[in-house]
Design a protein. Sequence first.
Lengths: 148, 768
Amino acid sequence: MTIDLYTTTDDNRVVNKTLTAVSSNITVRPTESLDLLAPVFYVDTDDDYLAANYLYCSTFDRYYYINDIKLETGRRMSLHCSLDVLYTYRNYLSGVTATVIRSESLGRPSTIPDKRLPVDPQRYELKSVKFSKTFPQDINKPSYVLIT
Amino acid sequence: MSIDTNILPSQGTWNGITYSRRIKALIDDSESGYISIVDGIKRRYNGNCYATYAGGEGRVNSSFEHITFNSNILTSTPALENRPVNISLVLSDVAGQSGYDNGNYRATVPNKLNDDSYICPVLSFRPDNICLAVRALVAHPAQDMESESLFISDVAFANIVNDTPYEGIMENGISDDEQYILVGWYVKPYVGTATSRSYTERLGIMTESVPASYAAWTNAEAFYNVYAPNNQYNIGLSQSSYYWTGDYATINYSYRAPAVRYLGDGDYVFDGNYGAASQTGYTFANGDVSRNSWDIIADSKLAYKWARWSDYPVIFPYITGDEVLRNVAAFGLFFALTETAAATETIGTGTLSDSIYLGIMDERGYTYGEYVQGSACRTEPQSSWTDAVADAEAAGYAPLDPAGQLPEPPDPTHYDKENATVLPATGFISGNDLYAINIGELQGILAAVSLEAAGLASQLESVQKFLTNNPIDVIKGTVYYPFDVTDYITTELTKTEIVLGNVSTGVDGYKITNRVAVVDMGSTVYYPPDGLDDFRSYEPYSSAELYLPYCGSVKITPSDYIGHTINVKYLIDIESGSCLALIYRDALAIDSIAGQIGVQIPITGVQSASLAAAQEQANRNSINSKVAAAAAVVGVGAAVFTAGSSLALTAAAVGGTAAISAAASRAMGADYALEHQSIPYKSVGSAGAATGTANEQCVRLVIHRPVMLPNADLAAFAKVNGFACCITGQLSAFSGFTQVSSAELDDIPCTAGERAAILSAMQAGIIL
């Protein structure tokens, strides 16, 4: 089993993360069962590994966040990880059909009420539009009606 | 390319091309084109007629359209004002003269274009022989937002049509420095067969834009509250107004009418006769448009101003791609968004691609701006019309060029039977007589009655004229209206002398035979402030109200009107002065408010009959008293002479003197009463509230809309929050922060735990 170590500065919510390789093909010898979702990988100690915060496990074919690194006995390090389902399945996500309730790509507020929007609760703008016609008020025209 | 000889009903020939009866009549000058009056509006048919209307009397989607005719090219701006626009295709009957020039020629011939008349749009071509190519006029504002240029851009147009403009500036797919604003459109007619067509200049698309005459212009001037110099009236279809020539890479620009600049504060200035007063092309230099017809108005939206041929400004905000399509759909013809498609794509009943559109017509041949696309066009009846006349008639449509009398054009308010409020055309009248008069005539009536009362020549005349009737009693009331009543009474008005009882006043008034007047107060399109159609523009965030003269203010629900035309009509009971303001969303009245527009005017007059009767009685009293006094003197004398006693004489003398004095006193009192007979006045009516006359006399829409917090950064907000929506679709259509409520994850080859983790992440929000 091998893993590749990376660093990424992207938010965990980002699907298509930008990864910078730290080291690759690092041999891992599991000494106990590995959890698919939150595995702990034991590797030989290398100071360079401390820069990594992300890894790829070829056996699982999955990407993981490195949540914690511990120096263990016997010149070993343990990498405590959690699965990044977003990057792992990034190629599938674009085809997922979903009901989106918030989206940045709208570009502007929609007609759906949005309580998060920073609307000023006190101030209003006022728009006034005059219609095109007016009552002319010309008493020299037949403007009086005599009722008999 | 010559026009296919098969496409016109054969009523005559022109350069080997047959044309319709109507064209023949126009060529022969045997018909003025004036047809009928409906609702007081003259309607006139022109052009080569038959089968399809264009524009349905100018109404598209309940809005009147405003269209210019530019060198065989139609340019339109949507929903400007409630002004009719009239479209027809005209076939030039002068060899070598384009349809455009010919149309203008016709428009300047007096008997072709009557005052206040306009042309009902008609087309005579079988629908599968003509396809309109839609071109868009696009503005490209400079970065400083102070200068613009206009050009034809298929790319920009396609972007605009396919997306929804945002504040007039497209954002999707166009970088900041490539922002476009769609400011107008035009069509080029491609004529030929169902499979191959060519653009022809001989087929002109002519529009008539009122005012078509000096009188109409002056009305329009008042209508728009626009000042125009007295010496600047270019009336009718002046081809010197504006038109585009060339291939649009370089826009040649020619105009004679002065440009009008909108200053943003409600004022206009005329830049004078800028440019040449000839038809020679004027090269459109950078900045010309900015200087003469563009400006940035106060609220930062772009407005576009044409001086046009009658010098009034046409101001409109951006238009949307859909509005363009709806405008063109109003022709009821096939159309395409590219000239290539208009020339080569199959139309009619063949296999139709999605690049072909067709305007939907109702059974009366009217269009509303609805359209279908691609194969759906084949379900519309005109797709299969190969003989425009026979097929249209067979389909139950009313052709505009029948052999006999032309059909009555429909009332524009009837254009959508299901969604239009139709006011009854018949009038109502009570048993009273109503006369429309001006202030001078009113004073004349009262003066006439007073003169009659004061100048009674004889008791006989008094009896004849007054004892049987008090003129002032005949008057039941007088009501003042802030408008010329005769302008809004649709039934025929005749001047009739006003007779009060038996007294002829010598004053003529318009006798009103319809008690209810309808006054159209104009319209506006409800655009939220800044044009932003988001939740903040709706309740409970926004509120809106209409100020309605003489009715007060009424709150309206923004969601009822956003994106629609608000039109206000007053139904006025001329007799009582009460009114009901109908508030229309497009053609359908959905709100109303009652008010009092007529101001009751109290009238005080001499109650002449009473005066005459009192005078008569006083006369009788005077006569009787004098007779009695004389009798008293005679009686006293007799008593003296018969008594023979000095004492008695003295006493009788004293008593007789007293009796004579009393009788004389009564006689004098009767004279005094006769001479000092008080005039019995009578007041009719009471003073009605006139405060409404001092308030604003036009309808006003006021919109309150919340603003963002100071320093709010929407872009930053969107990055971490996104904007609320409810859209179901593939995530590939979204970008940036995206939050979902539910998702279909079946196709992902993952474990159940992973699937749950994916859904959880999506529900918390991911960044695509």
